[in-house]
Design a protein around this ligand. Structure first.
Ligand code: ATP
Ligand code: MG
Length: 180
């Protein structure tokens, strides 16, 4: 599974509709300070269901909507779509590609779509959790986070690795069974 593309419209500094294509393997985004590199990461985190504005470097969720620039007004809404390659069926859907969309308008309207159809966050979360991605997972490691992992005690670091590799859920099940 890999991220094939990211489309943004009205998200942070991405006022116009734009699509970024990714290739399998390692992709590197380069650009001057303030050009929007971290906003790309924020967009991926947002579309995967992040609920805390702070994790997106924003004070409130509405702040992810393009706030206007020198020559243009603020956007009314934000929309982000990612397309994931699902050839190996890591996501339990019989589809070779899975598109996930999140949108939010200043009027407060918001929601998610799975392959163009409205869906609930809970459905999306379950789908992503089974593939070990999504919010709360270690899919995205920010600069600050990296220091926390490197400075952690060996036992805490192990928990992080277990979470990232998707075996944490088995440990939780094992603990539950042992308590019975
Ligand atoms: P650095 O190399 O310093 O880490 P970067 O490429 O990661 O920079 P970002 O943090 O992604 O840069 O982008 C910051 C820019 O995004 C700032 O210019 C900021 O004004 C702009 N920005 C953030 N939120 C919004 C918004 N809601 N509307 C318009 N612009 C925004
Ligand atoms: Mg940055």
């Amino acid at each position: 599974m890999y991220l094939k593309s990211l489309s943004l419209r009205g998200f942070k500094s991405f006022a116009d509709s734009s699509t970024i294509e990714f290739a399998p393997g390692i992709n590197v985004v380069v650009g001057p300070n303030g050009s929007g590199k971290s906003n790309i990461v924020d967009a991926i985190s947002w579309v995967l269901g992040t609920q805390t504005p702070k994790a997106l470097r924003s004070a409130k969720m509405e702040d992810v909507i393009f706030a206007g620039g020198q020559s243009r007004g603020a956007a009314k809404s934000s929309k982000v779509t990612i397309v994931l390659d699902n050839a190996e069926r890591r996501l339990s859907l019989e589809l070779a590609e899975v598109a996930i969309t999140r949108h939010l308008s200043r009027s407060g309207e918001s929601g998610y779509e799975l392959n163009g159809r409205d869906c609930r966050l809970i459905d999306l979360s379950e789908l992503l959790l089974d593939a070990s991605i999504g919010r709360g997972q270690h899919t995205i490691i920010s600069q600050g986070n990296l220091d926390v992992i490197l400075d952690a005690k060996a036992s805490d670091r192990r928990l992080t690795i277990e979470d990232a590799s998707g075996i944490a859920k088995y440990r939780r099940r094992q603990d539950r069974t042992a308590r019975r």
